[in-house]
Ligand binder design. Structure first.
Ligand SMILES: [Zn+2]
Length: 248
């Protein structure tokens, strides 16, 4: 069980993972929190938009339709790999899905195929819409797939989850086909590989190696691992400097 990140924490996590982010006005408070729960969160859900063009896709996902009000996700992942933040909180992306799938995501075990729609997913998953027609022909550029990998890894890293916490809409709700054009198994393998890599951290004012080790690794005494990983001779660090942080 995890409390959702704040909008600021999400933004920082995405940037730390190297995601190219574009913020759209009001995204931090554009949500559906007035109609239901947001959190606890258990995973990340990937979708395709069935639209083309970044601007039109962003607009539809932000505003929604008369029958399905926006936001329809937290962010839109464009074909050029830029991630457009449009909403934060409860959003209309997941709908009702299979509670057995949610239990598997929580345990991070293999997924059963969804055969019922008995559980509210909008409260439980961070949702990302990827610009694609979903016809099996519209290409998925490398930059876009890379952004899906980074966004997912950023959220998993922040919550201490592994790649099994990332699912496709079609793995959640019976009858859904998204995302189509790559396999979630392949995407999860990429996310696992990325999560095994060290994270990076930008030194802030007042930080010491000890304080960074305490906050990032849970133990200040592990400061020497950071020192070693970065090939440092002494302990001097300066604000703005980027440090590699070992895996927790
Ligand atoms: Zn979907």
């Amino acid at each position: 069980m995890a409390i959702p990140m704040t909008a600021e924490q999400l933004l920082a996590a995405l940037r730390a993972e190297g995601v190219r982010v574009q913020e759209h006005s009001g995204w931090r408070t554009h949500n559906r929190n007035h109609v239901g729960a947001w959190g606890p969160v258990h995973g990340v859900m990937i979708h395709h938009t069935v639209t083309s063009g970044t601007d039109a896709s962003v607009r539809i996902c932000r505003d929604g339709y008369s029958t399905l009000p926006g936001p329809l996700c937290h962010g839109v992942i464009a074909k050029d790999g830029v991630v457009h933040l449009i909403g934060y909180g409860r959003t209309n992306h997941a709908g009702a899905g299979d509670g057995d799938v949610l239990r598997a995501v929580i345990r991070e075990t293999s997924l059963p195929s969804p055969n019922e729609a008995d559980t509210d997913g909008n409260a439980r998953y961070y949702g990302w819409e990827c610009v694609n027609l979903g016809d099996g022909k519209d290409p998925w550029p490398a930059a876009q797939l890379g952004a899906i990998e980074r966004v997912s890894a950023a959220i998993c890293r922040a919550h201490g989850w592994n790649q099994r916490s990332v699912i496709g809409h079609k793995e959640w709700q019976p009858g859904k086909i998204d995302p189509r054009g790559f396999t979630m198994a392949a995407m999860r393998a990429r996310i696992a590989e990325r999560l095994a890599l060290a994270a990076t951290y930008t030194v802030g004012r007042g930080d010491t190696l000890w304080s960074i080790a305490a906050s990032k690794l849970g133990d200040g005494n592990r400061w020497q691992e950071i020192s070693r990983l970065n090939g440092m001779k002494g302990t001097a660090i300066t604000p703005g400097q980027t440090l590699k942080i070992p895996k927790k």
